[in-house]
Design a protein around this ligand. Structure first.
Ligand SMILES: [Zn+2]
Length: 138
């Protein structure tokens, strides 16, 4: 048995009762209202849980991007410096890893320092776009 809050009068209602004892609202509607609340809570808290599951290095960067309304902020990524596009692949950002690979290949390596620098300075932002906003691209 669960106690639910009646959306009409705010009274506590058992989910086994036929109606709200205070205002008479059918319990099916009380249950429906509780489901809508649960879905809304999940929508609010799921992104927060994604933050909590991240390493603190990313969490700190994500908060900077949030503070900038989701727009890019230059950060420094040691892992991108060490592993470049392999880090992108490891983090699931295969589209940007592919772009980096193609750019470096078609310039016969000439663009590699710039691509690398981009990854170092914007890697965390790219990961923010991917992990928080669900975007492979910008
Ligand atoms: Zn009620």
């Amino acid at each position: 048995m669960a106690l639910l809050s009646c959306p009409e009068c705010g009274n506590s209602v058992s989910d086994r009762a036929p109606t709200c004892p205070n205002c008479g609202l059918p319990v099916s509607e009380v249950v429906q209202s509780a489901r809508v609340d649960d879905a809304r809570d999940a929508a609010i808290y799921a992104p927060a849980e994604a933050y909590l599951n991240e390493h603190r290095v990313y969490r700190a960067a994500f908060l900077k991007f949030d503070a900038n309304n989701g727009r890019p902020v230059v950060t420094w990524s040691w892992v991108a410096l060490l592993f470049g596009l392999f880090w992108y692949l490891y983090r699931g950002m295969w589209a940007k890893a592919g772009i980096q690979f193609l750019v470096v290949t078609f310039t016969a390596g000439a663009a590699a320092p710039f691509v690398w620098l981009y990854a170092v300075l914007y890697g965390k932002y790219d990961y923010y776009l991917y992990a928080v906003q669900g975007k492979q691209m910008w």
